[in-house]
Design a protein around this ligand. Structure first.
Ligand code: SAM
Length: 260
């Protein structure tokens, strides 16, 4: 079946070794699993072979969801939602989930990651998050300070997730072949933080304000966040650019901001 919708980022994994390598990143036996965008079920089949306790599939494409439903009609462990992951009550459904997998549709993969990063309750129940991204986005997520690709996404994801493993995947492993390279990132949720940030939305807000112009000094924008007095207490140099501040500085600014 050559069915593939570009608008839904449908590039299906066909390389058996890569499929096995992804699923073998973590222990699945007896665990509750979610898979986002199962498509034609390449990862699904391998996940089920590892005997999970349950498997929730969330697929927006009605035809693909219908086919999966037909395929797993007799399998009581599998529950299929024909829904848009961006509208899906993921935090609620993930309450008893141990692992989340997804070879994500590229056009919305950062939105999916941010949706998880913004879960209200943290640490969440899940330990492992195994996602495939377009290589360029993955590099922004994993970039460390200081580096060229360091930015909002690395600060936000670094606050809640740690990176356990990562590897590139060539376009040859898919059908149809994507024009770009991909990367798998295996994250684990951080259980505690030394920073007392009450609401992750505050950290998102601060990074949005300060990174609104990556090349400009922070002196104007920082005044929208902190009083002169707090800038002094934090010993912040306001002639720096947003990329010159470490993640820890962003966390501290957020703590101060929340105390306002
Ligand atoms: N997991 C399969 C694989 O590895 O072969 C398919 C991966 S494909 C890159 C992305 C999948 O996500 C497609 O099946 C697509 O229909 C589905 N998808 C796209 N947008 C979605 C959305 N908003 N919510 C849920 N699924 C979506």
């Amino acid at each position: 079946m050559n069915y593939a919708k570009k608008s839904l980022g449908q590039n299906f994994l066909t390389d058996k070794n890569i499929i096995r390598k992804i699923v073998n990143l973590t222990d699945i036996k007896n665990k509750n699993i979610i898979e986002i965008g199962p498509g034609k079920g390449a990862l699904t089949k391998e996940i089920l072979a590892k005997k999970p306790k349950s498997l929730i599939l969330i697929e927006k494409d009605t035809k693909l969801a219908f086919n999966l439903r037909k395929k797993y009609l007799d399998n009581k462990l599998v529950k299929i939602y024909n829904e848009d992951i961006l509208k899906f009550e993921l935090e609620k459904k993930a309450k008893t989930i141990n692992k989340i997998f997804g070879n994500l549709p590229y056009n919305i993969s950062s939105q999916i990651l941010v949706k998880i990063l913004k879960f209200k309750k943290w640490p969440p129940n899940f330990d492992d998050l195994i996602f495939m991204f377009q290589k360029e986005l993955a590099e922004r997520i994993i970039s460390r300070f200081p580096s060229k690709k360091y930015g909002r996404l690395s600060i936000l994801s670094g606050f809640r997730l740690k990176i356990i493993n990562k590897f590139f995947i060539s376009p040859n492993c898919f059908s149809p072949k994507p024009k770009v390279n991909s990367m798998i990132i295996h994250f684990q949720s951080r259980k505690n933080s030394q920073y007392n940030i009450k609401n992750i939305n505050s950290l998102e807000k601060i990074t949005n304000i300060l990174f609104s112009n990556k090349r400009k000094m922070i002196n104007k924008n920082i005044k929208k966040i902190l009083t002169q007095e707090k800038i002094k207490i934090l010993n912040l140099k306001t002639n720096l650019r947003p990329t010159d501040l470490s993640p820890e500085t962003y966390y501290k600014i957020t703590e101060f901001f929340e105390k306002n």
